[in-house]
Design a protein around this ligand. Structure first.
Ligand SMILES: [Zn+2]
Length: 289
C-alpha cells in the first residue's frame, strides 16, 4: 500500500525554534504557495491519481480557492493544525482550540466533515499523547502524526509501528497511518518526503519504495519551488531538510507517482483490515498536564 499525501502550507511555515516570535510576521512574507500547488495538481491529473491534503487552517482562510480546488478535484481535505505550531508545545486547551479552528475553516469551504489529521512536524510524542483524546473529541478518525523514529519535533523512537495500526488511549481507539520508515546501510530514515527524498538518487528511492509493503509520503508545495528564499533562524539540520537539492524534487515526484500506484488515505482506510493490525496501547504514557 502506497499512500500519497501533501501538507498544504506556505514556504514560511517551516517550524522554527521560536515560532511564537514570528507568527505575526507571516503577513509580511511573499505568497509562494501557488507555485508548488500548480505542480502538485499537474502531476496528479497527469497520472489520474488521488491524494490526501493536510491543510493548515491559516491557508484555508488566506487562500480558500486552493482548498476549493482540492475538494472540487475529488481529493481528501484533512487537517494540519491552524497555525502550524508544534503540538507538544501547546496545552490541551490550546491544541483543541487550534485544531477546531483549522477544521472549521476547512469545513466552511468544503461543506464536509474533516476526519483525518496530521500534526505539524509529526509533533505528537510521548509527552503529549493526550492529543489523541482531543482528536477523538473532535471527530478525527484517522491520524498520520506518528513518526516511528527519532526526530527533532516529534518521534516515537521506541515504537515499532511503521504500518497502519490502531492506537488505544484511555479507552478510545484511533486509526493510525504512521510515517513509513526506510532502512539503508543500518540507518533508519524516511525516503519519501523531506530532505532525504531530495538527497538520495531516485533509483535508490524507487528500490526502497518497491521493497516496502507500506509507504507513506509527505510533500509540501515548497518542496517544488526551487527559487524560494531561505528563512532565517534555521538550524543547519533544518536547512538541509528544507532546502537541499530542491531543483530535483519535482522530477523525482513525477517519476515516483508515475512508477507506483498511489492511493489517498480515504481509499487506504477502506483496504486496511483494521481487525488485524497491531494495537498500540499508549495509555501508559498518559499524563494530565
Ligand atoms: Zn507542516
Amino acid at each position: 500500500m502506497k499512500i500519497l499525501t501533501f501538507d498544504i502550507e506556505d514556504w514560511f511555515h517551516i517550524i522554527r525554534k521560536y515560532p511564537e516570535d514570528i507568527l505575526d510576521k507571516w503577513g509580511n512574507y511573499e505568497v509562494r504557495i501557488h507555485r508548488g500547488m500548480d505542480k502538485i495538481f499537474q502531476v496528479l491529473s497527469d497520472n489520474d491519481v488521488k491524494a490526501t491534503f493536510f491543510v493548515v487552517g491559516y491557508i484555508a482562510r488566506k487562500h480558500p480557492e486552493i482548498i476549493k480546488r482540492i475538494h472540487d478535484m475529488g481529493f481528501e481535505v484533512a487537517a494540519h493544525s491552524d497555525m502550524h505550531k508544534a503540538a507538544y508545545k501547546q496545552s490541551r486547551e490550546e491544541f483543541k482550540l487550534d485544531l477546531s479552528d483549522c477544521m472549521k475553516s476547512i469545513e466552511n469551504i468544503t461543506g464536509e466533515k474533516v476526519i483525518s489529521y496530521r500534526a505539524p512536524g509529526f509533533s505528537i510524542k510521548k509527552q503529549n499523547v493526550w492529543a489523541f483524546e482531543i482528536l477523538n473529541e473532535l471527530g478525527i478518525e484517522y491520524d498520520a502524526s506518528i513518526f516511528p523514529a527519532k526526530r527533532d519535533n516529534g518521534g516515537f523512537d521506541d515504537f515499532d509501528l511503521g504500518t497502519p495500526s490502531v492506537i488505544k488511549y484511555k479507552g478510545m481507539l484511533i486509526k493510525e497511518f504512521p510515517m513509513s520508515i526506510d532502512t539503508f546501510m543500518g540507518r533508519k530514515f524516511v525516503a519519501t518526503g523531506g530532505g532525504y527524498f531530495r538527497f538520495f538518487p531516485y533509483r535508490l528511492i524507487r528500490k526502497l519504495v518497491n521493497d516496502a509493503d507500506y509507504t507513506m509520503t509527505y510533500f509540501h508545495p515548497r518542496d517544488f519551488d526551487p527559487s524560494q528564499p531561505m528563512l532565517d533562524g534555521l538550524s543547519l539540520e533544518r536547512k538541509f531538510k528544507s532546502y537541499y537539492n530542491l531543483s530535483t524534487s519535482y522530477a523525482k515526484l513525477r517519476q515516483l507517482v508515475y512508477d507506483f500506484d498511489f492511493i489517498d488515505m480515504r481509499q487506504a482506510a477502506k483496504i486496511v483490515d483494521w481487525n488485524n493490525v497491531p494495537i498500540i496501547d499508549l495509555s501508559h504514557h498518559s499524563n494530565d498536564k
